[in-house]
Ligand binder design. Sequence first.
Ligand code: FMN
Length: 198
Amino acid sequence: MNAPLAPQDLALQALLGRYSVGPKHLVEPGPSDAELRLMVQAALRAPDHGELLPFRFKLVRGAARQRMAELFAAAARAAGKDEAGAALDAERALRPPLTVAVLARIDLGHPQVPAHEQWAAVGGALAQFLTAAHLLGYGGKMLSGAKVRNADIAAAFCAPGETLLGWIALGTPAKRASGPSRKAGVDVALQDWQGGQG
Ligand SMILES: Cc1cc2nc3c(=O)[nH]c(=O)nc-3n(C[C@H](O)[C@H](O)[C@H](O)COP(=O)(O)O)c2cc1C
């Protein structure tokens, strides 16, 4: 019999088992308000140089879902899609039990923290948010697409100076996700620095 896993091993096992779960595999319920606050607390534990908080999570709930669907449909038409394509895009706004818009607030003139460090903090926050969702038993996937650059959509979600990164689809996973294995990834991502160039 295997020795029981220590709590820290269980946490690591759960961490290594996080895969994105796409909207078509997400069912009700989505996370509660208390769980969402925990997920944002986890996001706030990401490294953030200068504690600039260069991100915001905006919940799309209630009547706002229909408004987002209308914006998605209009963006699809503006991009030259027919009515069937527009309906499909509108459906993307309505399908997940909960959608969370992710916004970046990058201070391009910050005297100590360059933009790339602020973007790193945004990515860290996103990863922590998704991992916390997974640890709470939910599935989710970060999605963007050309619509994040649609002027009407960007204006609807962003305050001045903000960038719309995309939307996290969240819900209960209808099936166990097992995503890409990335088995070779560690050998690519982990290297010794040889002391020379590059
Ligand atoms: C900012 C951002 C935007 C993304 N946009 C999309 C997208 O529009 N469509 C998509 O299929 N995956 C998108 N992805 C990738 C998925 O969220 C996911 O990371 C990828 O499918 C790998 O799956 P995994 O998280 O299980 O490793 C995006 C990821 C990030 C960080």
